[in-house]
Design a binder for this molecule. Structure first.
Ligand code: COA
Length: 168
């Protein structure tokens, strides 16, 4: 198993992150200022996954009461399909367990089959639609929610997903 390390995002990561943003989202990516603001936002947690010292993916959440709202999850195209998003999601779920956060929610483009597949694998269910949520092309967003992650059923899924990642 290749040893990809996960740690909290730092300001020094932003240059590498902006390159990944451009590769993943083209012209409609987050700005440097958005990441700088997020890093000093008290309700945010942002993590990077590293190949040696290089940031190759990242994920953020806002922690609001007993809910976590996923703000961003991106993996450098050269590193996709290696279960790195699995690893970031599992690491954020660990964080939620520590912070007693029960539910995780997110929005995803209705056309983003890969991300939807991933979130469904993590037990997220689509519970609604935000019409024309994405301003670049007026695309709708699926609103997805986890179950209560403290339920036994979810903890079993979490153990299974950890095993899958360990085998890769
Ligand atoms: C979505 C994204 C984060 C996934 O990252 P990743 O590290 O490649 O994901 P993983 O390797 O952990 O898992 C990918 C899963 O999607 C599956 N997949 C790959 N291409 C797919 C496709 N076209 N349709 C459906 N599923 C697909 C893989 O088989 C894998 O599932 P599996 O574990 O059941 O085999 C990454 O593709 C990305 O950064 N995309 C651009 C930004 C983005 O869309 N972010 C999500 C915003 S909500």
């Amino acid at each position: 198993m290749q040893n990809f390390k996960i740690r909290e995002m730092a300001h020094e990561d932003i240059d590498e992150i902006l390159q990944i943003e451009e590769l993943c989202y083209g012209a409609h990516h987050w700005s440097r200022e958005s990441f700088q603001t997020e890093l000093s936002n008290k309700i945010s947690t942002y993590k990077c996954i590293l190949d040696d010292k290089k940031c190759i993916g990242y994920m953020g959440i806002w922690k609001i009461m007993d809910e976590a709202h996923v703000t961003n999850l991106s993996i450098h195209p050269d590193y996709q399909n290696k279960k790195l998003a699995h690893r970031l999601l599992l690491s954020m779920i660990d964080e939620c367990y520590k912070e007693k956060i029960k539910y995780i929610t997110l929005e995803v483009r209705v056309s983003n089959e890969r991300a939807i597949h991933l979130y469904e694998k993590f037990g997220f269910k689509s519970l609604g639609l935000r019409k024309k949520y994405y301003q670049d092309n007026n695309e709708d967003a699926l609103i997805m929610w986890s179950e209560n992650i403290f339920d036994k059923k979810y903890k079993d899924l979490y153990s299974e997903l950890n095993k899958i990642v360990e085998q890769n």
